[in-house]
Write a protein that binds this ligand. Structure first.
Ligand SMILES: Cc1cc2nc3c(=O)[nH]c(=O)nc-3n(C[C@H](O)[C@H](O)[C@H](O)COP(=O)(O)OP(=O)(O)OC[C@H]3O[C@@H](n4cnc5c(N)ncnc54)[C@H](O)[C@@H]3O)c2cc1C
Length: 302
């Protein structure tokens, strides 16, 4: 039987990857770098949890040990959640294995011979489909898989660590914004919103829709209207809500990269040629200063 290993920083993302492996008919094992991670994954339907003992942090230090484990266990595919650490763990493991790799895919289908992956390109204007022979390493965006349920035995292994990257400190950050990963609806704000005072209108809409508020990088990093953990995209958060409503967002590829897991994307933009309309399922070409109040009124009836 074909074998898949999965790893993600967050249990919810790992659960999706386990779902991809199981639905492909693979014997699927989840890798955990702490006892806490192992426990969090123990009812996610994997055939086993492999808990690495004594693994150095950050996880990249374990890449060589992970590659060795994958080789020993005859893993056909290693699916990794597309976080910053996941991306470098995956790239290093693929280099050690000297195997095929694809990054940040929106979907993965596994069969007995190939992993077939899709990835949005050019701001969502094109979907690229690629095929990888096994063994393969793939980093996967949020929302690509559907979790399955079931208890899994936990097995402990020792991994060799490369201590050239040294963890110096881990300082918890006080998060002030909404948890975008838990939000079913996200209202995302872009630079089309002119004044900070206008955020009141966005907050009113978000409240009516029971939504979390996300934003583009400029809103968080330049204008500092929202905390940095609220910005979505390549260098921000990867989100997978049921509805992503982008307001005054141009839809540059670096932003859209973080929204691939959304079930529905809707956009309000005054420029009919804005790239966001290529990624959106629904769009309103119009001035957000008239459209948002109309949406707030319309949402009152929901
Ligand atoms: C390496 C790199 C990484 C990056 N990572 C990220 C990332 O993770 N996330 C991210 O968001 N960005 C990222 N960026 C920046 C990204 O390229 C874009 O510059 C950014 O997403 C644009 O933000 P925006 O849509 O808010 O602003 P703009 O591009 O300025 O767009 C504003 C939009 O508002 C519309 N608008 C203006 N007035 C109105 C109105 N009254 N009504 C309706 N619409 C209106 C305009 O037509 C325009 O389309 C990255 C860039 C680089 C180089």
């Amino acid at each position: 039987m074909s074998v898949a290993f999965v790893y993600a920083d967050k249990p919810s993302a790992a659960a999706e990857l386990i779902g991809i492996g199981k639905r492909g008919g693979f014997k699927t094992f989840a890798l955990a770098f702490s006892e806490e991670q192992a426990q969090a994954l123990s009812d996610c339907g994997a055939d086993g949890i492999v808990a690495a003992e004594g693994a150095a942090r950050p996880v990249e230090c374990s890449a060589q040990g992970v590659a060795e484990l994958l080789r020993q266990r005859g893993a056909d595919v290693f699916l990794v959640g597309a976080s910053a650490q996941g991306r470098s763990l995956a790239a290093l493991a693929a280099a050690h294995l000297d195997c095929a790799m694809s990054s940040d895919v929106a979907s993965v289908e596994l069969d007995g011979t190939f992993a077939t992956v899709t990835r949005a390109m050019y701001g969502g204007a094109v979907v690229e489909t690629a095929r990888l022979p096994y063994p393969a390493v793939v980093t996967v965006s949020a929302g690509a898989g559907v979790p399955v349920a079931g208890c899994s035995p936990v097995e402990h292994v020792r991994l060799e660590s490369d201590d050239r990257v040294r963890l110096l400190d881990e300082t918890p950050v006080e998060k002030s914004g909404a948890d975008l990963h838990a939000a079913k609806v996200i209202v995302a704000v872009g630079m089309g919103v002119r004044e900070q005072a206008d955020m009141a209108m966005i907050e009113a809409l978000a409240e009516r829709l029971g939504a979390g508020i996300g934003c583009t990088r400029g809103i968080a990093e330049s204008r500092r209207w929202l905390p940095v953990e609220q910005y979505v995209g390549l260098s921000g958060e990867d989100v997978a809500p049921d509805l992503y409503l982008a307001i005054g967002v141009s839809g540059q590829v670096q932003h859209v990269a973080g929204v691939r897991g959304a079930k529905i994307i809707a956009a309000v933009n005054s420029d009919a040629n804005a790239p966001i309309f290529r990624a959106a399922d629904y769009g309103v070409v119009g001035d957000l200063y008239s459209v948002v109040p109309a949406l707030i009124d319309a949402a009152a009836g929901l």
